[in-house]
Write a protein that binds this ligand. Structure first.
Ligand SMILES: [Zn+2]
Length: 164
C-alpha cells in the first residue's frame, strides 16, 4: 500500500471531493443521506486508486487531465487492451472533459483528441445508483493495494463484481 493514508474530513461546499492519488478525501457527511456509500467509494476511487471522474464537468467541454491518465484515456483501443484482450469500451466519449481543446474539424480528423471512459456508467460517473467500479478502474485499485501494472489485474477484475 506504499505510504498512502486515507483521511476523512468534513467539507461544506461539496458533498465530497478528493485529489487523485493523495489519500485525501473530504465528505460532507451532514449533507448526504442516501448517497453516503456512493460518495465515499467514489472519492476513495480518486484518492486511493488515482482515478478520474467519468462524468463531464458542467459546461466545460475542454480540459487537460493530470498525467498519467488512468481510467480516462485518448486511445481506448490501445489503452484498454491487455494481452490482446479489450477490457474497456471504445465509444464512450467524455471522461471529466469531452476532449482536449480543438476545433470541430480537428476533432473529426483526430479522434484521439477526445477523452474516453471505460464504461457508460460506473461509480466514477454521476450518481445513478451504481456502486461498482468498472474493470479498468478496478485494476488501478488493485494495483494501489498490491503494486504492479494496473492492466495486469484486469483479468482478475473481470471475475469480480465490476462493470464490464
Ligand atoms: Zn469525483
Amino acid at each position: 500500500m506504499d505510504n498512502k493514508k486515507l483521511f476523512f474530513l468534513s467539507g461544506k461546499t461539496y458533498s465530497g471531493y478528493a485529489y487523485k492519488g493523495t489519500g485525501l478525501i473530504v465528505i460532507n457527511i451532514g449533507a448526504i443521506t442516501d448517497r453516503l456509500s456512493f460518495i465515499a467509494m467514489h472519492e476513495f476511487g480518486h484518492a486511493f486508486c488515482g482515478l478520474d471522474d467519468e462524468y463531464l464537468y458542467g459546461e466545460s467541454k475542454y480540459g487537460i487531465l493530470y498525467k498519467p491518465l488512468t481510467n480516462c484515456v485518448h486511445l481506448p483501443r490501445e489503452d484498454y487492451q491487455y494481452n490482446k484482450i479489450l477490457y474497456g469500451n471504445l465509444n464512450n466519449v467524455g471522461c471529466s472533459y469531452k476532449s482536449l481543446f480543438a476545433s470541430p474539424k480537428a476533432l473529426s480528423e483526430n479522434p484521439s483528441l477526445y477523452y474516453y471512459r471505460p464504461s457508460y456508467n460506473s461509480i466514477m460517473s454521476s450518481y445513478r445508483g451504481l456502486v461498482e467500479f468498472n474493470v479498468v478502474s478496478c485494476g488501478y485499485c488493485l494495483a494501489a493495494i498490491k503494486g504492479g501494472d494496473p492492466k495486469s489485474y484486469w483479468p482478475e477484475c473481470m471475475k469480480l463484481d465490476t462493470i464490464r
